[in-house]
Design a protein around this ligand. Structure first.
Ligand SMILES: NC(=O)c1ccc[n+]([C@@H]2O[C@H](COP(=O)([O-])OP(=O)(O)OC[C@H]3O[C@@H](n4cnc5c(N)ncnc54)[C@H](O)[C@@H]3O)[C@@H](O)[C@H]2O)c1
Length: 335
């Protein structure tokens, strides 16, 4: 079967591709595990390390990198070119970008999502689709501190609005029998390697990454700030678990909040320092640098998630925070 990962040039998409190459199979349209013969990463941009991932000729999985824009209907249809497909829809403009570029956000996240669903609708059978949604689906005055799958979706950002509409479209395309979609509402995923990005949650990775890389970290939020986080290995395993989950267990609400850790900045920094000591790293300084614009967006987010429904259908329990930080050092920090 063929796997398509939109946003496959990004952090989670590229990690997912590596995991699927290693795993070698997924449940196909037959309802049984089928070998993956090809993976296409569809993205507007690819960075160098991902280009280096291309598999060698003759490898069991043919990995293709396809540059294209989700807002280009023909490009999206061109990638959905087989019936034996599994799709992971991760392409998205991030929260900070969506606030600044409203029209682009509608084009990439809403139009792009709909083109993908329409392309899948034209295929035979009911391809499985996993969509990366976000806890930004929640927000505002009615939001409790800990969100559950029964919490009303009241997003307070354009990004969050596009995620909720994506979830609703997936529910309806699935109800109509056009495809078999499942959405994962992600908390903030740590620790993102590389440079800070335009997400308002960028500091949640930065407070580990910069010090562990021996660089200073400028903290835009206060140290009591609590935040729901999940490790990148856990979220990749959760995407795969959602894909593999028995359709009979999914029900009519196909959006599943993922479990997470509720951690404060102060707790995170303590764990970062402990892991740095284990690996003999001298961490960079953490400098308080309050940013009211970022703090005001973060103030609209929940501080904890309840992933009970997701756990029931096979999503794994999150690893302890210390393990997540150790994974990052092993995977991305040269010690
Ligand atoms: N990482 C997190 O903390 C987190 C939290 C909640 C939700 N999510 C969601 O998970 C998904 C993956 O997140 P990530 O951290 O890998 O983000 P990322 O920014 O690294 O990857 C997203 C990719 O989408 C691509 N993209 C954006 N607009 C596009 C367009 N118009 N056409 C084609 N490609 C386009 C980008 O180039 C990027 O490579 C996203 O949908 C994101 O909203 C992530």
């Amino acid at each position: 079967m063929k796997v398509v990962i939109t946003g496959g040039g990004g952090f989670l998409g590229s990690q997912l591709a590596l995991k699927l190459i290693e795993r070698g199979n997924l449940i196909g349209p037959s309802g049984a595990p089928e070998p993956i013969d090809s993976i296409t990463l569809f993205d507007a941009h690819f960075s160098l390390p991902i280009e280096a991932m291309q598999t060698e000729e003759g490898a069991a999985v043919d990995l293709a990198l396809l540059s294209g824009d989700m807002g280009d209907r023909d490009a999206v249809f061109s990638v959905i070119d087989r019936d034996d497909l599994a799709v992971f829809h991760l392409a998205s403009m991030v929260s900070g970008e969506c606030e600044q570029r409203f029209d682009d956000a509608l084009r990439a996240n809403l139009d792009g999502g709909r083109y993908l669903l329409e392309a899948l609708r034209e295929r035979e059978g009911k391809p499985r689709l996993v969509f990366a949604s976000s806890v930004a689906a929640f927000g505002g005055e009615v939001m409790p501190d800990c969100v559950t799958d029964s919490t009303k979706c009241t997003p307070q950002t354009t990004y969050g609005m596009t995620k909720v509409i994506g979830e609703l479209m997936i529910n309806d395309y699935s109800r109509k029998g056009f495809l078999d979609g499942r959405s994962a509402r992600l908390p903030t995923i740590i620790i993102r390697p590389g440079k800070p990005n335009a997400a308002a949650s960028s500091w949640a990775s930065g407070m580990f990454r910069e010090p562990l890389n021996g660089e200073p970290c400028y903290l835009p939020v206060h140290r009591d700030q609590c935040h729901p986080v999940l490790g990148y290995h856990d979220v990749i395993d959760s995407f795969i678990a959602l894909h593999e989950a028995d359709p009979a267990l999914i029900g009519d609400d196909r959006a599943f909040g993922l479990p997470s850790h509720r951690i404060s900045v102060a707790e995170a920094l303590t764990v970062m320092e402990q892991v740095a000591a284990e690996f003999g790293i001298q961490p960079g300084l953490v400098i308080d640098d309050p940013n009211p614009a970022i703090q005001s967006i973060v103030d609209t987010w929940p501080t904890a998630t309840n992933g009970t429904r997701a756990l029931k259908i096979g999503v794994p329990e999150p690893k302890p925070l210390k393990e997540i930080v150790r994974d990052y050092v092993r995977d991305f920090v040269v010690t």
